[in-house]
Ligand binder design. Structure first.
Ligand code: SF4
Length: 207
């Protein structure tokens, strides 16, 4: 196994601690929370005064998550809200968490376009080390070259909209992705390409 799992709260912390941070609120991914629960986000809301709304994946779920987030921002509130109660509760899936804790331990993890975030990933525990490709094969020092054209780190941190990247829709498309955010259909750049590349404001400017 070549494990590259990541943890959400340390990534949110890294974004909020950045001196250039512009992110004012977060939609927390419902599939993660269905296992991990919502309790991990409570200290983040408390410490950074930032709204976090746990959100599902159907179109109405996403709209509801956005609606609740905007309402909080307009009221000047910062709360943890669960807009995905049909799948998520505060504690999460305890047997699944126990299995995860048995197999994995927390480690530093490199994030493409951002760099290493301390304690933001999992690796196999020692007892499973025989199955760990990182120790069995010479893969630890593989370095991924990021395209010089790619601004995915800024996109991930909310500093740049995907279509403000000069390569968006030109050198970089879902068929020819230059960065992680265009590779996955869940990525911001791929979503902008799929749904937003033809969107224009009333004065004709590309949004
Ligand atoms: S459009 Fe492509 S090149 Fe630009 S930030 Fe997104 S992934 Fe990187």
């Amino acid at each position: 196994m070549l494990v590259s799992h990541v943890l959400v709260p340390p990534a949110i912390t890294a974004i909020l601690e950045s001196p250039t941070n512009r992110v004012q609120a977060f939609l927390a991914a419902g599939h993660v929370c269905s296992v991990m629960g919502t309790w991990e986000y409570e200290p983040l809301v408390e410490r950074y005064r930032v709204p976090i709304v746990v959100t599902g994946f159907e179109p109405l779920d996403v709209l509801e998550g956005i609606r609740r987030t905007v309402l909080q921002l307009e009221r000047g509130e910062a709360q943890l809200e669960n807009a995905y109660t049909r799948a998520v509760n505060r504690a999460g899936n305890l047997p699944a968490q126990q299995m995860l804790a048995d197999v994995f331990e927390v480690t530093d993890r490199g994030w493409r376009g951002i760099g290493v975030i301390p304690n933001s990933g999992w690796r196999l525990r020692d007892v499973y080390r025989d199955f760990d490709a990182e120790t069995r094969f010479a893969v630890q020092n593989i370095h991924t070259e990021e395209s010089a054209l790619c601004h995915s780190g800024e996109v991930l941190r909310g500093l740049l909209k995907p279509n403000q990247c000069p390569a968006f829709g030109k050198e970089c498309t879902p068929r020819t992705p230059l960065g992680a955010t265009m590779v996955s259909s869940e990525g911001a750049c791929a979503a902008y390409y799929q749904y937003g590349r033809f969107a224009q404001s009333e004065d004709g400017a590309v949004l």
